[in-house]
Ligand binder design. Structure first.
Ligand SMILES: Cc1cc2nc3c(=O)[nH]c(=O)nc-3n(C[C@H](O)[C@H](O)[C@H](O)COP(=O)(O)OP(=O)(O)OC[C@H]3O[C@@H](n4cnc5c(N)ncnc54)[C@H](O)[C@@H]3O)c2cc1C
Length: 365
């Protein structure tokens, strides 16, 4: 990708967002018509994310023959999930491995693979509207606003997508406020903890280590999110799931929105020359909030749709067809949700110990 300071007045395609979805789409798509611009307003500390590459995302990377450089990996690598129910105080371990990465470095790595023919700008897209057969975008860089016109727009701008909210205001998505705090830690643990507590959230929280830091994060209803987050911290300390002083001095506190598709809706691929991919489209696991594999798979599907036709309607049809499996995967995860989030069902699953593993060395870590 060739970075520019000032955008041209018009492009064939503009991609808003350079996370895994936008960067992977820009990398794979074959653009026959017109110039392409990728706009990314990268936040200072990178995307608020756990930076865990799940087995599903590893499978996608394997298909792309992508070799992750070791400087993207952080310590420790994770081999199990510790499920903590704050209501019953029950703890279970399950075998599951994640690659633990530096998310900001991962995003840079994907952007590096975008071909030079594509222009990139570090800027925010402030608004998008339809103009004639195409689109008019307002882009802000260092306090200066530019107008950019294009024939097609791809919204890869994540949970708070400007493309989705400006062009399709009726296509609303359920959203949570995700909060994460980083703490200096002495020890480490090759395990990812998934925390459930129906009294503070109908989503989940997580604890894991990253290069000498302990991270605690969770997704909460926007109203009262901070109080719920603090309450979970208090319960975790009280239960002994973390050390007494583990949460004393946060080094960093960060927050953002995260979406959750439901069985009744949420996923929307776009229309009329505007396409949505990744979390902007609602592609994310509704049970675990794992989104990197969904971002990669949906962007690959749109790239294939661009390859197959240059007619926007046919592209959309193809894109919808190619993401059918991904939608089915979301639907299955929606059906699985009650077993994770409904108190009685979760308790029954955890009590049964089905598929759980026993740790030889530690008890109720
Ligand atoms: C706290 C938290 C922890 C998570 N942990 C994990 C995890 O461990 N593993 C996992 O697989 N998933 C995780 N997820 C989900 C995952 O981060 C996302 O689903 C995934 O990053 C989606 O990729 P994307 O490319 O669609 O969007 P994003 O990664 O959100 O990328 C969007 C990009 O668009 C840019 N952008 C946004 N708005 C604009 C604008 N107006 N103008 C210009 N640029 C813009 C942003 O700067 C960003 O670079 C987590 C989510 C949260 C909130």
């Amino acid at each position: 990708m060739r970075l520019v300071d000032i955008p041209r007045e018009s492009y064939g395609t503009v991609i808003v967002g350079g996370g895994p979805a936008g960067a992977n789409f820009a990398r794979l798509a074959n653009f026959d018509e017109g110039k392409v611009l990728l706009i990314d307003g990268a936040p200072k500390n990178g995307k608020v994310c756990g930076g865990l590459i799940s087995p599903d995302a590893q499978g996608v990377l394997a298909r792309y023959d992508v070799n992750l450089p070791t400087d993207i990996l952080v310590s420790p690598q994770l081999f199990s999930v510790r499920t903590i129910d704050l209501e019953t105080r029950r703890v279970r371990y399950y075998k599951r491995n994640y690659l633990n990465v530096n998310r900001a470095e991962l995003d840079k790595y994907f952007l590096k693979m975008v071909p030079d023919g594509i222009e990139g700008i570090t800027a925010r897209c402030v608004s998008v509207k339809r103009e004639g057969q195409g689109f008019l975008l307002t882009v802000e860089k260092s306090g200066v606003r530019y107008e950019v016109r294009c024939d097609r727009v791809v919204g890869a701008d994540g949970a708070s997508s400007v493309v989705r909210s400006n062009l399709f205001p009726k296509k609303k998505l359920k959203k949570y406020t995700a909060i994460q705090q980083w703490f200096a830690a002495e020890g480490s643990d090759p395990c990812y903890s998934c925390v459930f507590d129906s009294s503070t959230s109908d989503s989940c929280s997580w604890i894991f280590f990253k290069d000498g830091m302990l991270i605690f994060g969770g997704a909460f209803e926007a109203q009262g999110s901070r109080a719920a987050f603090e309450e979970q911290k208090r319960k975790l300390v009280q239960m002994g799931a973390v050390g007494r002083q583990a949460f004393d001095s946060p080094v960093r506190t960060e927050a953002c929105r995260v979406v959750r598709p439901t069985l009744s809706g949420g996923i929307f691929c776009g229309d009329g020359g505007a396409f949505l991919i990744g979390e902007a489209a609602g592609f994310i696991s509704p049970s675990s909030l794992e989104g990197i594999s969904f971002a990669l798979e949906s962007s690959e599907a749109l790239a294939d749709a661009f390859e197959a036709s240059s007619d926007s309607r046919k592209m959309l049809k193809k894109y919808k067809g190619l993401t059918q499996k991904l939608r089915a995967k979301v639907a299955v995860k929606c059906l699985k949700r009650p077993f994770m989030y409904q108190k009685l069902l979760r308790n029954a699953v955890m009590r049964s110990g089905v598929t759980a593993i026993k740790l030889k060395t530690q008890k109720n870590k």
